[in-house]
Write a protein that binds this ligand. Structure first.
Ligand code: DP6
Length: 384
C-alpha cells in the first residue's frame, strides 16, 4: 500500500486561454499568462492511494463518490500508468482518489485547475515520476497546466500537432512581486451555466471576433504582459488584464448563441473599478472575470485598505456577517474620505450583493504533505 497527499493552487489568468486547436490533447489557440494563488487561502487537497487489495479505481470529490470513467480523468490516469509501467509495480494496482476544495466548485473559481494540478502532483509522487507533469495536468483541464508552477506562469500554445511544444514556463517566482495582492469577490457560489469547454467550443465554431483576438491581439499583449510583470509595472499589467478579460467576454458574446458569464453585479463592479481609478487619478485596481460572474481583482498591498473601504461602501455586506464575509488574509479597511466617495459616481448597492470576499496573494506550486495526519483516506482506502 502506498499513500500520498498533496495541495495545489488555483491560478487566475491575466491573459486568458479561450479556444482549443485540439479538443482531446487540449491544445490552446493562444498563449496565456496567469498568477498562481497562495495555497494557504485557497487550494485543492488530494490523497491518492494504491493497493493490491483494491478491486477497482474509485474517486470521491468533496465527499461525493464520482464516476471514475470521466474521460479526462481516464486520460490522466492512463498517461501515469504508461509512464509508471516500466518503473514501478504500483502501476499495476488499482487506486483510490479523494479530493476536496476549500472553495466553491465549478463557479468559475478555477476549481478544476487546482483539482487536476493536485491530482497529477500526487500521482507523480506515488508513481515516482520525474520531469514535467504539466502536460498531464493539461489533458485534465487546460488551465490546470499553469497551476503546476508558482508565481506568474506562461502557457505557450505551441504549434506541433502532438502538443509536445505546448508547455508552461515560470515568468517569475512568487517572491518577485511580493506586494501583489488578489481580492476574489464572490457574486454567486452556484455552478456556472455553460462549462468553459462548451463555451470555448462554441466560440471557435461561431465567433469571427476570436480570429482577430488570436491573430492580432494576444501575441503582442502576451509580450507586453510578460515585460510588465518582470518590471513590476502595475499600470501596464492592470490595463492589459482588464482589456483581456473584456475581450474574452466579448468573444463569448460574439458566439452564437451568445455565451454569457457576467451579470449586472459583475458590470457594476467593472464600473466601480474604473471610477475608482479615475477618482484617484491612477490605475490602482484591475479586474478580471473567468467563466462566471465572480470578479478577481489584482492590486498592490498598499492600496487594499482604501479600496476595500470603497467596496464596503458601495457593496455593503449584510449586517452582522463581517466574520464570514471576509475570508483569507486579514484586512484593515479604512473608511474612505467623503471627497473620494463623491468622485465615484456610482449607485450604492443594497446589502449582500457580494456573498463574500477572499483576500489572498501570489504563491507557489503544488506541495506534498508528508505527515499522514493530512490524508483524506483511511488505512482501508475510504474517505475519512
Ligand atoms: C476562462 O481550463 O476550465 O478560466 O480546458 O476545457 O477544461 P478546459 O477549460 P478550462 O478553461 C478555463 C478558461 C478560463 C480562462 C483561463 O483560465 O485562462
Amino acid at each position: 500500500m502506498s499513500t500520498v497527499t498533496c495541495v495545489a493552487p488555483v491560478n487566475i489568468a491575466v491573459v486568458k486561454y479561450w479556444g482549443k486547436r485540439d479538443e482531446t490533447l487540449i491544445l490552446p489557440v493562444n498563449d496565456s499568462i496567469s498568477a498562481t494563488l497562495d495555497t494557504e487561502q485557497q487550494c485543492a487537497k488530494t490523497t491518492v492511494m494504491a493497493s493490491p487489495n483494491f478491486k477497482e479505481d474509485c474517486i470521491w470529490l468533496n465527499g461525493q463518490k464520482e464516476d471514475i470513467r470521466n474521460p479526462r480523468l481516464q486520460n490522466c490516469l492512463a498517461e501515469f500508468r504508461k509512464r509508471a509501467g516500466n518503473i514501478s509495480h504500483i502501476g499495476q494496482w488499482k487506486i483510490h482518489i479523494c479530493s476536496e476544495n476549500n472553495f466553491p466548485t465549478a463557479a468559475g473559481l478555477a476549481s478544476s485547475a487546482a483539482g487536476y494540478a493536485c491530482l497529477v502532483a500526487a500521482l507523480a509522487k506515488l508513481y515516482n515520476i520525474e520531469g514535467d507533469i504539466s502536460s498531464i495536468a493539461r489533458v485534465g483541464s487546460g488551465s490546470a497546466c499553469r497551476s503546476v508552477l508558482g508565481g506568474f506562469v506562461k502557457w505557450c500554445m505551441g504549434s506541433l500537432s502532438d502538443g509536445t511544444d505546448s508547455i508552461i514556463k515560470q515568468i517569475v517566482p512568487a517572491t518577485h512581486w511580493p506586494e501583489m495582492r488578489v481580492l476574489i469577490l464572490v457574486v454567486d457560489k452556484g455552478k456556472k451555466k455553460v462549462p468553459s469547454s462548451i463555451g470555448m467550443k462554441r466560440t471557435m465554431e461561431t465567433s469571427d471576433l476570436i480570429k482577430h483576438r488570436i491573430k492580432h491581439v494576444v501575441p503582442d499583449r502576451v509580450n507586453k504582459m510578460e515585460q510588465a510583470i518582470i518590471k513590476k509595472d502595475f499600470k501596464t499589467f492592470a490595463e492589459h488584464t482588464m482589456k483581456d478579460s473584456n475581450q474574452m467576454h466579448a468573444v463569448c458574446l460574439d458566439s452564437y448563441p451568445p455565451v454569457i458569464y457576467m451579470n449586472e453585479i459583475s458590470y457594476a463592479l467593472i464600473d466601480l473599478v474604473h471610477l475608482y481609478n479615475e477618482a484617484v487619478n491612477d490605475t490602482k485596481v484591475a479586474y478580471t472575470f473567468d467563466a462566471g460572474p465572480n470578479a478577481t481583482l489584482y492590486l498592490l498591498e498598499e492600496n487594499v485598505p482604501e479600496f476595500v473601504g470603497v467596496l464596503d461602501y458601495f457593496f455593503p455586506p449584510l449586517e452582522n456577517t463581517l466574520v464570514e464575509y471576509r475570508k483569507g488574509l486579514p484586512i484593515e479597511a479604512v473608511t474612505p474620505s467623503q471627497s473620494l466617495l463623491n468622485k465615484i459616481n456610482v449607485e450604492q448597492q443594497s446589502p449582500g450583493r457580494l456573498k463574500y470576499i477572499l483576500y489572498t496573494k501570489i504563491g507557489d506550486g503544488p506541495k506534498i504533505l508528508e505527515d499522514s495526519k493530512y490524508h483524506l483516506l483511511n488505512k482501508e482506502g475510504f474517505p475519512i
